[in-house]
Design a protein around this ligand. Structure first.
Ligand code: MLT
Length: 260
């Protein structure tokens, strides 16, 4: 383990360790309401993935396995050797599934939020390539504007200006290099569907009913395959239920954590 490569992270609370992996193209700032409100029950550790937030751009091209290894290295650096509860939203979920495949013995529980197990379709891969060229040629503005328009439920845009402002702020911090690395890693990720049957820890699946980036049917696919799981579909939430319906989301997580 190279200390220079350890991910930057935020931490809150005490108790059983819970590692929160953010989605694309965000940073650990997206977990603010969870870091503020769930610390009485658990020790929350929220890294910035390489190239996002305060963690520098990776020296080698990232992959889902590489990101998962970075998360394991962070746990090592904190001397956390007991199994952890791993939370991944969207791209963070792809990484959580890679982690589950690589380090099943380090896993105590899993939360898969707004994510899917399948790989990109051919059309999806072509879309990633197009976005990579666009970011290379003209920066990240088009990507973030396009994404922002689809990220949230209609009601969130209308009723929660603080959420939309915070997201814009987080996306203002992104760098073309970090984004390009992550887009290529998502494009090249493998299909984890078969692996879902091997997951043998309690799993919480949460998805917004109005998610326009990953449809909630993907959550149902995962729920059919994972042995021990509970599925919650949240009304009036798009891709970021933890920010859009914070109270309901945090209660679901509290109830799940109480089982450990
Ligand atoms: C994310 O939120 O991490 C991304 O939307 C995932 C993806 O583009 O596949």
């Amino acid at each position: 383990m190279n200390e220079d490569k350890i991910l930057h992270y935020q931490e809150a609370g005490r108790g059983k360790p819970v590692l929160l992996i953010h989605g694309f193209p965000f940073s650990n700032r997206m977990w603010k309401p969870q870091l503020q409100e769930l610390g009485s029950q658990t020790r929350l550790i929220a890294p910035d993935l390489p190239g996002f937030g305060k963690t520098p751009i990776p020296s080698a091209p990232p992959s889902m396995d590489r990101y998962a290894q970075d998360c394991a290295d962070l746990l090592d650096s904190l001397n956390i050797t007991d199994p952890v509860i791993l939370v991944g939203l969207s791209m963070g979920g792809y990484i959580a599934l890679a982690f589950a495949g690589l380090f099943p013995e380090r896993l105590r529980g899993l939360m898969l939020l707004s994510t899917r197990a399948g790989a990109d379709s051919e059309e999806g891969k072509a879309g990633r390539d197009k976005t990579i060229s666009q970011v290379r040629n003209s920066g990240t503005a088009e990507l973030t504007d396009g994404l922002f328009a689809k990220l949230l439920a209609e009601t969130t845009y209308e009723a929660k200006p603080e959420v939309t402002e915070e997201l814009k702020e987080i996306m203002r911090e992104i760098t073309p290099e970090g984004v390009i690395g992550a887009l290529a890693a998502m494009r090249d990720r493998s299909d984890s569907t078969e692996q879902l049957k091997q997951i043998n820890v309690p799993t919480l699946i949460v998805h917004g009913q109005d998610d326009r980036l990953i449809p909630s049917s993907e959550a149902q696919v995962m729920a059919k395959e994972i042995r021990s799981n509970e599925l919650h579909l949240i009304d009036n939430a798009g891709h970021l239920p933890n920010l859009e319906q914070t109270e309901e989301f945090n209660q679901i997580v509290r109830d799940f954590l109480a089982k450990f």
